[in-house]
Design a protein around this ligand. Sequence first.
Ligand code: PLP
Length: 462
Amino acid sequence: MSHDFPYRDRFPVHRTLPEHGRPRGEILTELATMAEEEDAGWESGKCSGTMYCGDHDHYAFLTEAFGRYAHVNALQRDMCPSATKFEGEIIAMALDLFHADAAVGGAPVGMVTSGGSGSIAHAMLAYREHGAARGIASPNVIKPETAHPAFDKACHLFGIELRRAPIDPVSTQVDLDWVAAHIDDDTVALVGSACNYGYGTVDPIAELGAMALDRGTGLHVDGCLGGYILPFGRELGYDIPAFDFEVPGVTSLSADTHKYGYALKGTSTLLFAHKELRNSQYFALTDWSGGKYTSPGMEGSRSVGLLAATWASMVHLGREGYRRHAQEIFSTSDRMQAAVREHPELRIIGSPSFLFSFTSDAFDIYHVNDRMRQLGWRFNGQQYPNAIHMAVTRPQTRPGVVEAFAADLSDAVSYARVHAAEQPASGAIYGGVTGGMSAEADDLIRTVMAAMLDTQQSVPPA
Ligand SMILES: *Cc1c(COP(=O)(O)O)cnc(C)c1O
């Protein structure tokens, strides 16, 4: 693996702290070289998701805001009242966007976390602790199979039993009867996605909300991906059902500012219908010899830079900016989906919006992926059934990208027809293993994860 260590043939590999520091200029040039080459990979518009904004002017603006506060710790509020302003206003704007005034049960509140997984983890911890206060010792949560692995991770970390509800294979929405049948006295929350990561579809939130109210449990809506784009799609008249606190029974909602909020990586918003729920996960150690310690969430020190940049993104774009970007993204997604529908061999799964997933009943869709990869495209791979998805972001809204997608897709469908009898190369990595994970696949994943962190140790000295 050592020959794979990135840039080892071009830049020095540091395995010890250099005795004498390198000049700033040299370091910045090295960083600029790597960053510019890597940015070229998505600036073509051929990469699904991840670069939600893709606008270097916006990034420069956010970076300036970040730079003013990057070194300031949000724990020390006496030194930075501005952090209280940024965080409070981010939460207030999010509460307003998601109709928290409609939430039943009083004072809606929020918090800013480090990302979607952070928001989901804090929500699960809050439900566990809130349940514990009511005497629930062995809590469980019910999520649709399609809901993000962050729920499984949080439940694993916090000792919560996670019940995975099957989905309808056509709509990809959660099986409501299954959920109803599996709620019991220890169920602290149900989960619904708006929208899910795999298919871009929205679970029946109104029905889940009614069920949660009826059975006396919570409902967390995962809007990590869709939170900052779906409300504007709704305003534009796209067929998206209500999914936020407007829906009776919704008790918490996560929405990632570092996705379609167009902020820097490292922030997400988490909102609660009532204060007791959020406050139940606060941590305080008041008798520590080091002083009285409290933190509003799991993180200790946090950079005020990220709060400043997130706040700057929100107040700069405003509703009009978010709506304009949503309009461009939704219409681009519609045009890309139309290109997929041109091919009778391809099938779009469910009723998606800005993110669409497709498969094929005629050949393994990973043949299409193989050819599209050769043509510079990067999709996200799915399994059970094998499928690939495109999360449309601003880089795809640039002129010519949809046309390139349509032309390359036709090429890839022809390629897939010719190679249908063979094994697709990318299917081995991203596709489903029949019957679930094999020992080989499990080994491979562990090897790849370790390689990310450990390869530099095996690079021969320069
Ligand atoms: C991205 C995502 C998450 C997790 O967010 P991170 O920011 O990657 O931790 C959760 N849910 C959905 C639907 C997502 O798309």
